[in-house]
Design a protein around this ligand. Structure first.
Ligand code: ZN
Ligand code: ZN
Ligand code: ZN
Length: 138
């Protein structure tokens, strides 16, 4: 597994517990966005006593540390995916609506937003949806 992820955790003074390591390894293997329920499905054999709420808590810690990003998909379920850019630079993500693969966009495609009347712009977020090459050649 990419050691960067563990470094990011250490930076935030979070312990690298076996469960946190298992969650990150799962994301690394699957290389796509995952729901907390799906993650718990994989973990529950090994970590019987922890439960889904602790998976949620850890996922939010990973988001705060810039390791994971939240992903919107159809339906109300929440999804998470690995962010491969650890530079801390502002960037956006593209999601394959078919397989759930997530990638970083190299540049922010939005123009300068200073001209919006009645607001001072603080930040913005958006997700680009698409179909990855693998899925479109199926
Ligand atoms: Zn990213
Ligand atoms: Zn795809
Ligand atoms: Zn942007």
């Amino acid at each position: 597994m990419n050691a960067d992820y563990l470094q990011q955790l250490k930076k935030g003074r979070f312990k690298i517990t076996p469960k946190r390591r298992a969650i990150l390894e799962l994301f690394d293997q699957k290389d796509k966005c995952l729901s907390p329920e799906a993650i718990w499905d994989h973990l529950k054999k090994t970590f019987k006593r922890s439960g889904l709420p602790s998976v949620y808590r850890n996922l939010e810690i990973f988001v705060k540390q810039g390791i994971l990003v939240r992903v919107d998909r159809e339906g109300r379920k929440r999804y998470y995916a690995l962010c491969h850019d650890h530079s801390g630079h502002h960037h956006h993500h593209i999601v394959c609506v078919d397989c759930g693969k997530v990638d970083d966009l190299p540049e922010c495609p939005l123009p300068d937003l200073k001209g919006i009347k009645g607001f001072k712009i603080l930040n913005h977020s958006m997700q680009i949806n698409g179909i990855c090459n693998e899925c479109s050649s199926k």
